[in-house]
Design a protein around this ligand. Structure first.
Ligand SMILES: Cc1cc2nc3c(=O)[nH]c(=O)nc-3n(C[C@H](O)[C@H](O)[C@H](O)COP(=O)(O)OP(=O)(O)OC[C@H]3O[C@@H](n4cnc5c(N)ncnc54)[C@H](O)[C@@H]3O)c2cc1C
Length: 380
């Protein structure tokens, strides 16, 4: 009998399992490691304050809490897991290159300033306009920059490395793990009683009174068993890793206005992407058109990388909820069933913190951030 079973070992499920295990909650993590797991493809931009989406204020408040939590969590994981996490602070540069980006540039600066004034979050970062030459000094690969602003409180992350660190640390706290398929959530008299798991050695029914569905884009598979609509669909993202002969350690993350970005790593790699293919279904393939879109956009913004080595291509399925906002907390009318999914394009930013606050709810501790705006009940 486990106190809790977590279904899904991406960044969200692994963080939930970690935060349970370190508080001595007897936990089993069941993960199928599907092709298209989003965490393994994520670019690693952590900058909720500059996100351009039309999210509600509650999302930006959660994002600010999540970004603030990263430093403490990162320090703890380095100690507990003894591995590199791939997390570090950096600047984020937003540039307008072509005419059609000039008006959106103005609008975005105004929107961020307005939000900072209104919500007072995050207090840490400053926003400043740079001249075109200051922008190319910061990132020499950039093309003909027309306008640029710098945000000083962003971070970059290697999502897979961070998840591996959460996993290692969690196992030192006693987390049990199965690479297997969680087939069914068993319930009785309005409460969770167990999970049916199929692995290489056959099918096992594990007893538990708590289960967390953190199955990323696959989470809605449990909807009918739990008697609730889980409006989370896959959104395919294709992304490329370029290797350049330059010291990119101090380059900023660069974003422009076509939903793409360039994320420099410490080892001379630049992660460029990504496509946002909402009608993709569970088709985790790289496509000719997707890869072309990613490379075209990278070279439009940063023609200086045209001679880079194409080091890797990845594809992931973002778990996109109907309103783009995560789905966190208990399932109505099923005691012990929780959801931690629907993080869409910002799961590396928010996912580790989501794991913390969902774990708090399971332990009966008042969550560090309000879960109410993220409840599944908002879709009723
Ligand atoms: C190209 C790309 C770029 C991105 N860039 C960023 C970024 O810069 N910043 C940012 O914040 N976010 C980014 N994201 C989003 C982020 O990667 C995701 O939101 C996040 O990784 C989702 O994590 P997850 O744990 O919910 O899902 P996943 O990582 O997809 O993990 C879900 C896991 O659950 C398992 N699973 C599902 N069902 C079952 C079952 N029944 N039994 C057992 N296991 C099961 C799957 O096999 C999988 O391993 C990006 C995503 C993509 C695709």
């Amino acid at each position: 009998m486990y106190d809790c079973i977590v279904v899904g070992g991406g960044i969200v499920g692994t963080s939930t399992a970690y935060h349970l295990a370190r508080e001595d909650v007897d936990t089993l993590l069941v993960d199928r490691k599907d092709d298209g797991r989003a965490t393994s493809a994520g670019a690693g931009v952590v900058s909720p304050a500059t996100v351009a989406h039309d999210y509600p204020d509650s999302w930006f408040e959660l994002g600010a809490d999540a970004a603030r939590y990263y430093d403490a969590l990162d320090a703890r994981l380095r100690e507990e897991a003894g591995v590199e996490t791939g997390y570090g602070h950096c600047d984020l540069l937003t540039v307008a290159i072509d005419d059609d980006e000039l008006a959106p540039f103005e609008a975005k600066v105004e929107e961020i300033r307005d939000r900072q004034d209104r919500l007072g979050t995050p207090a840490e970062g400053t926003l400043e306009e740079l001249s075109p030459s200051e922008a190319t000094d910061a990132c020499p690969a950039l093309g003909d920059v027309r306008r640029a602003f710098r945000y000083t409180d962003a971070a970059r992350l290697d999502g897979q490395a961070f998840t591996d660190a959460l996993y290692r640390a969690a196992t030192t706290h006693g987390l049990q793990v199965e690479r297997a398929d969680a087939e069914e959530i068993r319930t009785d008299a309005g409460g969770v009683t167990g999970v049916v798991v199929r692995g290489d050695d056959g099918t096992t029914v594990y007893e538990t009174e708590n289960v967390v569905i953190a199955g990323g884009a696959w989470s809605s598979a449990f909807a009918s068993q739990l008697g609730v609509d889980v409006p989370v669909d896959p959104q395919r993202g294709q992304i490329a890793h370029l290797s350049v002969d330059a010291d990119t350690a101090n380059w900023p993350i660069v974003t422009a206005f076509r939903d793409h970005y360039i994320v420099p790593q410490l080892d001379g790699r630049l992660i460029v992407g990504a496509t946002r293919e909402t009608e993709s279904g569970f088709d985790a393939r790289l496509t000719a058109a997707g890869v072309r879109e990613v490379l075209d956009e990278a070279l439009r913004v940063a023609p200086g990388v045209d001679d880079a080595t194409l080091a890797d291509l990845r594809v992931g399925l973002r778990p996109l909820s109907a309103d783009g906002v995560p789905v966190l907390g208990g399932v109505p009318d099923v005691e012990g069933a929780y959801l931690a999914t629907g993080h869409g394009p910002t799961g590396l930013t928010i996912g580790p913190y989501s794991g913390k606050i969902v774990a708090e709810a399971i332990r009966g501790v008042s969550p560090s951030s309000d879960l109410a705006p993220f409840s599944i009940e908002r879709f009723d």
